[in-house]
Write a protein that binds this ligand. Sequence first.
Ligand SMILES: C[S@@+](CC[C@H](N)C(=O)[O-])C[C@H]1O[C@@H](n2cnc3c(N)ncnc32)[C@H](O)[C@@H]1O
Length: 231
Amino acid sequence: MADCSIVCTEARLDRFKDMWAKGDTKWHTRGVNPLLMKHQNTLFPVNKPMKVFVPLCGKDDSVKWLAEQGHTVVGLDYSDIACRHFFIDNQLEYVREEIQNPHTKGDVYTVISDTLNITVYCCDYFQFKPEVQKEFDAVWDRGALNAMDSVNVRKYASVMIPLMKANCINFTEIVHGFPETLSIEIIRAAFGEEYNVQSIDKVGPHSEHYRKVGATAFELLRIKRKHLTTE
Ligand SMILES: C[S@@+](CC[C@H](N)C(=O)[O-])C[C@H]1O[C@@H](n2cnc3c(N)ncnc32)[C@H](O)[C@@H]1O
């Protein structure tokens, strides 16, 4: 009997790939995420350069903006259209190479720039291993955890946790009402008892575009390990 979680994940990847190919990317809007802008000084202080992971980044402009604040930014998306167009739309030159890891199949795009530090992995998030990248100081998650079926939330957290430094802060935006609301309780259960999942802001839909697709609110969560071990 086929493993449903594998079949569902593959079907989901094909669906996203198809949406990118058809340009059916309702979630994508130009500009930097409003909650990221609102809390930028506390989330990503300019005078404290960090290594930031942006999972399932699509071609989100926040990746470039974070790099412009002096951070080292690592994005990841399965769609090669999304990865390429992130660089093309932002007029950034890049090199594309194969990921050198037997468990993580895909390509890695690296910006050619003297000032910006951006790498985007084009691969399946669920195959992403700490051997490829780890030790993140921060995570900016917009539309990644939120894009998971509730059955995959635990699996999502199990990939994320080993990538996060002990004191890493993970900021995750949850959309209420579109396509459905992912409950904080499910996220808490997925990260487990060692992690605090705290709501730090909740605002109305960012734009008319989101109101039209059924979004009722955007909530920003802060996910952080409770007790630091001495390393
Ligand atoms: C809802 S979109 C959000 C994109 C982006 N974060 C934004 O805010 O514009 C979800 C993205 O996740 C990507 N994706 C879905 N499942 C994935 C997986 N298992 N591994 C890597 N990328 C995936 C899709 O290609 C899509 O770009």
